[in-house]
Design a protein around this ligand. Sequence first.
Ligand SMILES: NC(=O)c1ccc[n+]([C@@H]2O[C@H](COP(=O)([O-])OP(=O)(O)OC[C@H]3O[C@@H](n4cnc5c(N)ncnc54)[C@H](OP(=O)(O)O)[C@@H]3O)[C@@H](O)[C@H]2O)c1
Length: 239
Amino acid sequence: MARLFIVGATGLTGREVLHVGRGLGHDVVAHVRPDSPRREYWTEVFEAQGAEVDTTPFDEEALEESLRARAPDAIFALLGTTRRRGRRAAQAGHVETYDTVDYGLTAMLLAAASRGAPDARFIYLSAMGVSPGSKNPYLRVRHQLETELEESGMDYVIARPSFILGQRDEKRPGESLGAGLVDVALSGVGAFGARRMQERYRSTDARRLGRALVSLALSPDAMRRVVLSDELRAVGGEA
Ligand SMILES: NC(=O)c1ccc[n+]([C@@H]2O[C@H](COP(=O)([O-])OP(=O)(O)OC[C@H]3O[C@@H](n4cnc5c(N)ncnc54)[C@H](OP(=O)(O)O)[C@@H]3O)[C@@H](O)[C@H]2O)c1
């Protein structure tokens, strides 16, 4: 059995990775930030599923020590904020942007992992559309992180899904609408034979993505790879 360390365990994808990992009998460590307003709730939920909870603060040395002690086979980096969360944080006097969270905390985790658990595979949840020319802030920080991961010397999988759908605690109308529009548009394209395009761009169910990420994390063939949406759905199996 393998040991999986999930950062972003409380998120949509993180919860699915945890569920799949435990279902397969792996040791799962779920990271919950110590300042989470729902720390007790998540601790109870995750421990009930048989996972260990790690509440190490986002501090590079502390994370390095925690990773060294836990010696995971795979580290999942599933962190991200949204513009709405950023606005709420600003009202409370904090800065939460794609730069500080999606890039900043993930880069900190990567630095800690490359020293504390250099033999682990680093699974980074990026996004469809990332490229060297990416200009918008969401894609630009992902390209920056992907580049650093590729240069880190660690074993890795970069996953680039399209929209991810599943049960969220908070409403994200833009995400559901975007995924719906893309899927409907693609169903017309598919009817005219462009199945490949449909496979590549349509949304991915979070459970299926969770299965794909765990499988890629532990597969001997998946080293140092970028995996696109269509392959993620194929590896994840039926929704
Ligand atoms: N959703 C999509 O359609 C989609 C598509 C492609 C790629 N992605 C990317 O995939 C990643 C995961 O997506 P998701 O939808 O599973 O994420 P999600 O449900 O929004 O969860 C985000 C995770 O990041 C953590 N986080 C957010 N702000 C934080 C902060 N300031 N400090 C520490 N932790 C923080 C959250 O922890 P708390 O619960 O403690 O806040 C949570 O565990 C993100 O980078 C996202 O951009 C998403």
